[in-house]
Ligand binder design. Structure first.
Ligand SMILES: Nc1ncnc2c1ncn2[C@@H]1O[C@H](COP(=O)(O)OP(=O)(O)OP(=O)(O)O)[C@@H](O)[C@H]1O
Length: 234
């Protein structure tokens, strides 16, 4: 199991739990969606899973190892997080940024794969340009290409399609499928049913901080129908 989340509660102030008794598992080879309305707690949960937010109780296992304050740094190499507004180094070029992050993660930079991904995302023209001068979509492509290159077993993304054009979205779906086919897994938050139907294997519906349903994505039945049935019962 790549990720195991056991009875996790999360808060900003002790008197109010934003995440309540969340438990689920993430297997290798699959793409999972975290689907929920505004304020449901998606970002908070992703921040807990990536050790950005430390105010939580419960247990999190990453690649079979329980996350503790002592192994946070080591286990960081097992998961890569792409936030909704990636914090990139503006003065660097995308290439320099990616090489830098690979160094931090102790990973070899695969230049051939980098070139393939740049081709697939129509990104070749931008690799030496300063990040501060890139458009929103091209900044997002920098973060996504970097995440796909790093090959961490768990790729976690908060609203990964922000700013991407329709061609890039299709490329992202294809590349993400190839990524998990290599034995990795991905967990992404989204508001968009189409993303879930197009690329995800399973979805967790998060509502008011609780996982209300765990759905295996079924091409015959739209996610929209399932989602509204679940949240309208509340
Ligand atoms: N830093 C913070 N301090 C206090 N409360 C916060 C903080 N960040 C988020 N919250 C609260 O936690 C709850 C969940 O927010 P969160 O951002 O996790 O939801 P979300 O599902 O990602 O929402 P959205 O879809 O709008 O991005 C909200 O009620 C929000 O106001």
């Amino acid at each position: 199991m790549i990720l195991e989340v056991n009875h996790v509660n999360g808060w900003y102030t002790k008197d109010k739990h934003i995440i309540e008794d969340v438990h689920f598992q993430v297997e290798a080879g699959k793409i999972y969606a975290l689907l929920g309305t505004n304020g449901a707690g998606k970002t908070t949960l992703l921040h807990i899973l990536t050790s950005i937010h430390s105010q939580y109780s419960g247990e999190i296992y990453v690649c079979g190892e329980k996350l503790t304050p002592d192994n946070i740094v080591r286990l960081k190499q097992q998961r890569y997080f792409i936030p909704d507004h990636p914090d990139l180094f503006d003065e660097m070029s995308p290439l320099a940024f990616m090489e830098f992050v690979h160094g931090l993660y102790g990973k070899t930079f695969d230049i051939q794969r980098f070139q393939q991904l740049c081709g697939a995302f129509a990104f070749e023209t931008y690799v030496h340009q300063k990040i501060s001068t890139l458009s929103l979509g091209n900044r997002q492509k920098t973060a996504l290409i970097n995440g796909l290159l790093l090959q961490c077993p768990l790729l976690i993304m908060d609203e990964p399609l922000v700013g991407l054009d329709v061609v890039a979205i299709e490329t992202f779906y294809q590349e993400l499928r190839a990524y998990v086919a290599q034995g990795n897994s991905a967990l992404l938050s989204t508001h968009l049913f189409q993303v879930v139907d197009s690329v995800c294997d399973e979805a967790f519906i998060l509502h008011q901080g609780k996982i209300k349903d765990h759905v295996v994505v079924n091409k015959q039945r739209s996610m929209k129908e399932t989602f509204f049935r679940v949240i309208e019962h509340e």
